[in-house]
Design a protein around this ligand. Structure first.
Ligand code: NAD
Length: 542
């Protein structure tokens, strides 16, 4: 940028559309759903300017109708991963030099395409691939991803404007260089927005990227690539490859130009990636940036002063929206004995009002399917265990059926053991576990919340007693990177609640913030002296 200090368009959150019966947005997404559902997509690898079809394919099926195929995607072999790295490094030569406003324009255009002509496609693909209701798709694959793109452009401009002081006769400047090498983005199934953000945030800052989407999200990942291409992203800047994660990872992490990893997914995988990077550390040209947002065991603790209906609504929305498959989903709840019965009656009433789990194509469904058979079997196993264990009782739901789709009923487990397995383990499904504490044990229970889980992603305290809220905020300081007072612990909005957790939940680099973008640059300080000294002797030498 040599000819102006450009101001980027001021970012505001994309308006969430309602999809009420008869609305144009509902008709558009329903039509697109049918087209995708009845079509046969063929998703290639995107390597440089090539769309590579290896012929080694996997079928893609909606979780709510798992015998129906909506197409196939191609799997990479090692040589394709190597080609993707070469294509990225080739693209880097021009991309890293491109003025920032040109990069900004590409991603702002991508945001506008998603908000307009691609909105129904993004949402229908997410409904099919990840079994999201239209509302869950709209807040994810439309609004959140659009927000990521627009806010990140604004954050980039803010970062670039941060410059050091200069003193007389010198000028200090910082340039925010992209990393020297390429970035590896690994994305989870559960948010199309995260799938789009992880590669694009690094690319926006001038990096080139190899992106490996989750095998459960390839169908909607393809639409993201379509949008990036339509927005004019040059070939090779983001290369998307699917295939065996371990093989892809081994090939990438073996490369001397590997410069950073942008990961979201389970804790176990992140820890294995970190170890692998550490083992290879001597062979890299630069110390790789490691950014990972991982699992959670997110809590709600209600004080005796919390209004029962508000707590019940926070549990029902926080635990069951998108079948509990949000990293922030409420999955362990602590209720005071004095109000527990009233709260649980309200929860049971709400759960009983849900239609049985079904397809998101039927827009009256609130609950759809969990992502795959592995997840279904795990969840069914925990439900069976709770049915058998004497310290646990299922007070709502508990049914499951995988004959057509991977359907698990929203399930509430009541336990007498605060360290019961489902109070500690991330299940990632529509199962919430409740522990009832004696009102007098409020302070002790806060310690219990702090000490029960290895994770620290989200959590909520509810109540009207300000001293109690203050105590919880202090005691639970390290329990959650996103802490909510009198709200459910889900639903972070880009630009308002930057998202991420610590402990085993990740590096807390806050997706959707300038802090995250700073991880994708390596600042260079340039000091220029205008009148350069010509005599080594300082005045004190006389
Ligand atoms: P996952 O760990 O199964 O997969 C995540 C990604 O890692 C996928 O792309 C997968 O293919 C890949 N992967 C698996 N093994 C790998 C390996 N050996 N090398 C490299 N990549 C490998 O997670 P998921 O089921 O897709 O997503 C759910 C998990 O993600 C939950 O634990 C959830 O809490 C977490 N999550 C966290 C956040 C957050 O912001 N903290 C957000 C969304 C999801």
């Amino acid at each position: 940028m040599g000819k102006g200090f450009f101001q980027v368009p001021w970012a505001t959150n994309e308006t969430i559309l309602g999809y009420a019966p008869g609305s144009p947005e509902r008709e558009a997404v329903q039509a697109q759903y049918k087209t995708y559902f009845n079509g046969k997509a063929d998703v290639p690898l995107y390597i440089g300017s090539e769309e590579v079809r290896t012929g080694n394919t996997r079928s893609m099926s909606p979780p709510h109708d798992h015998t129906h195929s909506v197409g196939q995607y191609h799997l990479a072999e090692k040589k394709h991963v190597s080609s993707a790295i070469e294509a990225a490094l080739e693209a880097r030569i021009k991309w890293a030099q491109l003025p920032w406003e040109q990069r900004a324009a590409i991603f702002l255009k991508a945001a506008d395409l998603m908000a307009g002509p691609y909105r129904a496609k993004m949402n229908a693909a997410t409904m099919i691939a990840q079994s999201k209701t239209i509302h869950q798709a709209e807040i994810d694959s439309a609004c959140e991803l659009i927000d990521f793109l627009r806010f990140n452009v604004q954050f980039m401009a803010e970062i670039y404007s941060q410059q050091p002081e200069s003193s007389e006769g010198i000028w200090n400047r910082v340039e925010y260089r992209p990393l020297e090498g390429f970035v590896y983005a690994i994305t989870p199934f559960n948010f199309t927005a995260i799938a789009g953000n992880l590669p694009s945030s690094a690319a926006l800052m001038g990096n080139v990227v190899i992106w490996k989407p989750s095998s459960n999200q390839v169908f909607s990942a393809k639409v993201i690539m379509d949008v990036f291409k339509a927005a004019g992203l040059p070939d090779g800047v983001i290369n998307m490859i699917a295939g065996n994660p371990a093989m892809i990872t081994d090939t990438i992490l073996d490369h001397p130009d590997f410069a950073g990893i942008h990961y979201t997914g389970s804790t176990e995988v992140f820890q294995s990636l970190w170890k692998q990077i550490a083992n290879n550390i001597a062979q890299y040209k630069t110390y790789p940036k490691i950014v990972g947002e991982t699992g959670g065991k997110d809590f709600i603790i209600a004080h005796p002063t919390a209004p029962a209906q508000q707590v019940a609504t926070a549990i029902v929305r926080g635990a069951f929206e998108y079948q509990g498959q949000k990293c922030s989903a409420a999955s362990r709840v602590y209720l005071p004995k004095s109000t527990a019965d009233t709260i649980l009656d309200a929860v049971k009433k709400d759960v009983a009002s849900f239609k049985p789990p079904g397809s998101p194509e039927d827009m009256s469904n609130f609950i759809t399917a969990v992502i795959n058979e592995g997840s279904f079997d795990d969840l069914a196993g925990y439900i069976d265990r709770a049915k058998a264990d004497k310290d646990a009782e299922i007070i709502a739901g508990g049914g499951y059926d995988k004959s057509k789709g991977y359907f698990i009923e929203p399930t509430v487990i009541l336990t007498t053991d605060p360290k019961y397995v489902t109070m500690k383990t991330e299940l990632f499904g529509p199962v919430v576990t409740i522990y009832v504490y004696e009102d007098k044990d409020w302070s002790k229970t806060l310690d219990l919340v702090d000490g029960t889980s290895e994770y620290a992603l989200t959590g909520a305290v509810m109540g009207t007693d300000r001293y109690a809220l203050d105590e919880a905020t202090r005691v639970l300081e390290n329990c959650a990177g996103n802490f909510y007072i009198n709200d459910k612990p889900t639903g972070a909005v880009v630009g308002q609640q930057p998202f991420g957790g610590a402990r085993a939940s990740g590096t807390n680099d806050k997706a959707g913030s300038a802090q995250n973008l700073l991880r994708w640059v390596s600042p260079r300080l340039i000091k220029e002296t205008f009148v350069t000294p010509e005599d080594y002797k300082y005045p004190f030498l006389g």
